[in-house]
Design a protein around this ligand. Sequence first.
Ligand SMILES: Cc1cc2nc3c(=O)[nH]c(=O)nc-3n(C[C@H](O)[C@H](O)[C@H](O)COP(=O)(O)OP(=O)(O)OC[C@H]3O[C@@H](n4cnc5c(N)ncnc54)[C@H](O)[C@@H]3O)c2cc1C
Length: 581
Amino acid sequence: MTYAPPLQALLHTMRVVGGMDDATLYPALADGAAEAILEEAGKFAAERIAPLNAVGDKVGAKVKDGVVTTPPGWKEAYRDWSDAGWNALAAPEAFGGQGLPTILSVACAELWNSGSVAFALCPLLTAGAIEALTVHGSPELQARYLPNLVSGRWTGTMNLTEPQAGSDLAALTSKAERAGDGSYRIRGTKIYITYGEHDCAENIIHLVLARLPDAPPGTRGISLFLVPKILPDGSRNDLRCHSIEHKLGIHGSPTCTMIFGDAGGATGWLIGEENRGLNCMFTMMNNARLMVAVQGVAVAERATQRAIHYASERRQGRAPGVKEGMSPIIQHPDVKRMLLEMRAKTAAARALCMATAAALDGAAVEEKTAGAPTLAFNRASLLTPLAKAYATDISVEVASIGIQVHGGMGFVEETGAAQHYRDARILPIYEGTNGIQAIDLVGRKLGLEDGHCVETELERCADQALKARQSSDKGLAHSSVALEAGVAALRSCVSYFTTLNNPASSLILAGATPFLRLFACVSAGAYLVEMALAATGTPLQEPMIADCRFFLENEVAKAAALAPTIIESADLVLTADLAAA
Ligand SMILES: Cc1cc2nc3c(=O)[nH]c(=O)nc-3n(C[C@H](O)[C@H](O)[C@H](O)COP(=O)(O)OP(=O)(O)OC[C@H]3O[C@@H](n4cnc5c(N)ncnc54)[C@H](O)[C@@H]3O)c2cc1C
């Protein structure tokens, strides 16, 4: 089944949620520029990347003697994609990039990832390396590495994880020693390194976290190094891919165990200051987490399209009111409900991602004038865990419903529905597990600006509930009750957490994940109201109202019911003796 880029839905979300029509914020997207770019990106995603998804899954990446081969067609598609300039879209103009805003790169990233998550992961990691170098790299490192990373001729990786250091980076033990000539020698083993080795680019630029001999323990003693596969003199650096993982999904993406320095030490250069490596990582975190959230939207969109297509063709039983013959299953109310749930959750997740992107764009503009983190940056920081956890959680849910819509054909592999489910399953795990996102939300984000940041968001949601209530659309007005209840439930949880006055309290941590779900549903529900109202009189009106009503009356209503659990049931979690079971 071919993939149809959802350009109208994307543009509507960019306009209403992202504020794309604000020419002062987005001069580069005016006069049809965004539409033209998305049109071209959609073509590339549908015609060149999407057809590779199944072969990537079946053949997968292979390793032999440390040499990794990507699936058939991968290399050529990557070359044409980067030659067309897509890798440079959001990169800084000073190094050959186009400097376009995050809302546009988010929209394009959805298209690439709907084509194939396993393919699009490579540029996602390169973008992280570009950002780290742009913000923290020395002028020499920037001049030597950024132009080829921006063009896509070279790719980038992030080397954080070690066997004993996953969520807890304080435990990492890779070592770095000063070589005396300004460079460092890096030794250690990193696991799960995405595109750590492959055949799509001439050079791979690894960003590696390691400790200096005199570094303090814990997270304050971690430094970030640039360690290229090929050194500036053309020789091979002392690093290699030991093996690649056999995994549930994203088979086309090589997940490598990387050995650094077992023949004396890999040569690397410091990025930022010694012992401040984690701070460098933190500056990139909002963007990288947002891009993983976008992967969730992308898989959900593709799974939804596939399910709608299948349900329109598959005939079984007779739908209510039909007199003879078998009906396409899309006419059965229960199948319609499943499809609507898929579409509504996807639209909600897309809205959260676009809101986060717009906040990052706002922060970039404000930072130029203010020179310091700003209100928009804080808003992006609040929205990031919501977008990352919600969009990736629903990608698994949506892909699972997609299988259900296909019946037995969903469980067997031919239709492709099963691949979406398998591919989606990594998204709630990497780039900070969703449990860690929830802890970040309650631990660091609720207190931003002394709670003012959350209060502003609550007010926005209450305002949209009021607008829905006052709408001339009776259905939407009816749904407003669910959003009002959601806002009230969220407010009561925030007040409860504030009363406890200790983000590390077990009472808060036990309820962090359901709290995040409630927050994300209310926030996304309010955006869906805004999008539905803005679609009045356009062809998008009917689907936007249907998505919005379904989401408020089902997802927000369910989420609001979580408040008593969050407030009153922590002791149940805390006292359960699971190890004894
Ligand atoms: C396919 C794939 C690609 C990857 N790509 C990369 C990459 O390119 N670069 C890289 O560096 N890493 C990469 N990773 C690693 C990934 O980021 C980690 O797997 C992830 O951070 C989780 O770490 P872990 O697997 O050690 O799980 P653990 O940290 O052991 O977590 C296990 C469970 O415990 C929970 N948990 C852990 N600590 C806490 C806590 N303090 N409070 C509450 N709950 C907690 C987690 O939420 C999770 O549910 C990749 C992993 C995979 C599978």
